[in-house]
Ligand binder design. Structure first.
Ligand code: M6R
Length: 366
């Protein structure tokens, strides 16, 4: 059942090229310049007239929501707010009838997310779900939705659900951008083509596995770990830290790279591994200066870089290469090495990778 892999988590990591493709199959028609998703088409007016989109989710799905915020705001210019479902439901949130509430959940059974949906419906909002489990409570409770096609995710640590969520959310953001006319046609088409190439780029990112295993050997006994990223990769840093915490029990934190100097920099010494997501994109120079700041304090730098990068290579203790893509879609690619890193560290530490202590696959109680 694990398909020859030692753990479900590893199998699910390796399934990503396939399930990302499954998720956009029939929806992404790049040769025609079209995105077709029934749930969005049927409710297009609600989305394009929305004053704002509120996204509710928990855990890894909340990280996907953060990526979606950046995508929807940048591509479709609709204001987005991301909320922890558990906070949203209890703070008498302001919800208008022209708000669209987007709920993201792998299992479709998360109690807090379900309660947030019910509240949003009571207040008259249109609620759209992004779920993986067909027929789940959340998929039934929402007015409309779009499924991820990740297949069953058994490992408690979410992997393929996250990257397929980003895939669906990218499709939604691009479809809304097209409808609103907020993106130039060449940019729109380029994103469609790049999205179609993501499965093979994820495949390429997986080829770094041996190098990541070597890095895991070096840092497996770390007590703490910092993950930094900017822009679309800030939520990826949060997700990298969550993955490491939950399966290896190493304390880890994710931060937007520039926030480091507002506190976490005090933690940096020769015992602190810092994983920096540093692709050659918009924020590259700024991330390079963050790396220099870490180096000046003897922190150990593990950098995720674009293939062929030289500048960061010269500064970092270790580099992991990833294929180029658009800034937004790099979030999917950069996730892969972080999943593998936490997996290998956990295996080396002898933890129960698929069923970490104290955790359940779906959190059906608040
Ligand atoms: O099924 P959901 O996406 O609603 O689950 C949300 C979280 O419980 C889940 O992502 C959790 O954080 C995972 N263990 C993360 O790996």
């Amino acid at each position: 059942e694990k398909g020859g892999y030692d753990h479900f988590m590893l199998k699910e990591i390796y399934e990503q090229p396939q399930v990302i493709r499954d998720t956009f199959r029939g929806r992404l028609l790049s040769d025609q310049g079209l995105i077709k998703m029934a749930g969005i088409e049927d409710n297009l007016a609600k989305f394009i007239n929305a004053k704002r989109i509120i996204i509710v989710a928990c855990g890894t799905s909340w990280h996907a929501a953060q990526v979606a915020e950046y995508m929807i705001e940048e591509f479709a210019r609709i204001p987005v707010e991301v909320e922890y479902a558990s906070e949203f439901r209890y703070r008498n949130p302001i919800i208008h009838t022209d708000d669209v509430v987007l709920a993201i959940s792998q299992s479709g059974e998360t109690a807090d997310t379900l309660a947030a949906i019910k509240l949003a419906k009571e207040k008259g909002a249109f609620v759209f779900g992004v779920c993986n489990v067909v027929g789940s409570s959340i998929s039934r409770e929402t007015h409309a939705g779009a499924y991820t096609h990740a297949g069953p995710e058994i490992g408690v640590a979410s992997t393929k659900a996250f990257t397929t969520q980003i895939t669906v959310l990218a499709l939604i953001a691009l479809r809304l951008a097209k409808a609103k006319g907020t993106m130039s046609q060449p940019d729109y088409l380029r994103n469609l083509i790049e999205l179609e190439l993501i499965p093979e780029k994820v495949q390429e990112a997986l080829l770094e596995n041996d190098r990541i295993l070597e890095i895991a050997h070096i840092y497996k006994d770390a007590a703490n770990c910092l993950f930094l990223g900017r822009g679309f990769n800030f939520p990826v840093a949060l997700e990298g830290a969550l993955k490491l915490k939950e399966i290896s029990y190493i304390h880890a934190e994710g931060y937007p790279a520039a926030e480091m100097k507002h506190g976490p920099i005090a933690l940096i010494d020769e015992n602190m591994p810092v994983i920096v997501i540093a692709p050659q994109q918009n924020h590259y120079d700024k991330v390079v200066s963050n790396i220099q700041e870490i180096k000046a304090r003897s922190g150990k730098i593990i950098a995720l870089v674009s293939k062929g990068d030289q500048q960061v290579r010269n500064l970092a203790d270790h580099i992991i290469e990833m294929p180029h893509s658009t800034e937004a879609l790099t979030s999917i690619i950069a996730t892969i090495p972080l999943q593998l890193l936490s997996y290998h560290v956990a295996v080396l530490r002898g933890t129960n990778v698929d069923q970490p202590r104290n955790l359940a696959k779906s959190v059906t109680v608040e």
